[in-house]
Design a protein. Sequence first.
Length: 257
Amino acid sequence: MHPNIKHLVELQAVDLRLAELGALLQNFPKRLAESDARVAAARQQLAAAKEALLASIKDRKKYELDVEQWKEKARKYRDQSFEVKSNEAYKALQNEIHNAEAEVAKAEDRLLDRMVAGEEYERQVKAAERALQEVEAAAQVERQAIAVKQAAAQTELEKDRAERQQALAAVPEELVDHYQRIARRHGGIALSEVRDETCKLCGVRVRPHVFQKLRRDDCHEIFHCETCTRILYYAEPAAAQAGAGAAANTSAQSSES
Ligand SMILES: [Zn+2]
């Protein structure tokens, strides 16, 4: 393998890790915001439940007053009915008494409904309080976990940046420019490994004489894929396997976090 290509392979590996870390680090604020939103929603739910309970208590007081007022009216009519002289006036008062008693019964029904509903509102407030506690505890655990992962990613980022500088320093500047131009066009991947005599990334066959040269340790030429234009390299199967293993580990880590 061309010695510069070897450094480019290292550069590409570190660039891919850096891209993954960048995406990971960008994702943390979003996850924190989602966690905060869950806490805010639970707080909102508790506030709404408390408000409903308060309204129900107010209604209850109002209906209690209604019951008292209609009872008072019925009492007044009854007192008056002892003093009236005419039969007609007496009958009219009996009617009023009957009516007021009916209103007492209705107000008592409404009051009973309120009392039953009030118990339900109290249950809802307690449930919302418990839910908020749970959500807050979960959010705290999540925030701590994110902070730990964030710190680890930051450390890794600094390490990879230093490694990138090392890899960069080993490659001539114009080749780095060339690498970066191709990388920009191809989603950050400027190099393609040759496997089974084909470009691994686009699947197109590499010419036999190019493949022969790529396999030689003293090869000092740089070859490009004729189809996708990426820089080609050939790694001996053992080295390629180790590389694939490392790549699988990185993707496992990123999907886990
Ligand atoms: Zn290709």
